[in-house]
Design a protein around this ligand. Structure first.
Ligand code: AMP
Length: 115
């Protein structure tokens, strides 16, 4: 896990230095509301382990870890009332629009306002 910057915003949320509006937490995952929501519901899901981006998560996490992470996303979407549908976004690396270099998935719901 070279090059991971332990001072990034989500690392600071994980270590308690920055507060978040928590939606869900288990032993390996934290989900919280995005501070600048792009839809009525905008939740971020992060693994607790320090993966920089989606590429590193895919190449270094175990198959079980990856599977568990993505399964939890659907459970979290149901928990926030998006059982009828939602959009997932992963911005991977700088040219993919990633701004915070701790891997995360965006859940966006009630998208009528986006279109
Ligand atoms: P990305 O462009 O995929 O790296 O997305 C980073 C997201 O983190 C953006 O949607 C920001 O609004 C969100 N964000 C930044 N700081 C915080 C914070 N302290 N708490 C919650 N969300 C944040």
């Amino acid at each position: 896990m070279n090059d991971y910057n332990f001072n990034n915003t989500f690392a600071n949320i994980l270590n308690g230095n920055i507060k978040c509006d928590k939606i869900f937490e288990n032993e390996s995952i934290l989900a919280f509301n995005d501070i600048n929501p792009k839809a009525e519901v905008h939740v971020l899901i992060i693994p607790k382990k320090p993966y920089i981006d989606y590429s590193q998560f895919c190449s270094e996490a175990s198959v079980e870890e990856v599977g568990f992470f993505f399964r939890c996303i659907d459970e979290i979407a149901f928990k926030v009332g998006l059982e009828h549908g939602y959009k997932l976004i992963i911005n991977n690396k700088q040219l993919g629009g990633q701004e915070i270099f701790h891997f995360h998935v965006h859940i966006l719901g009630n998208l009528k306002k986006l279109y």
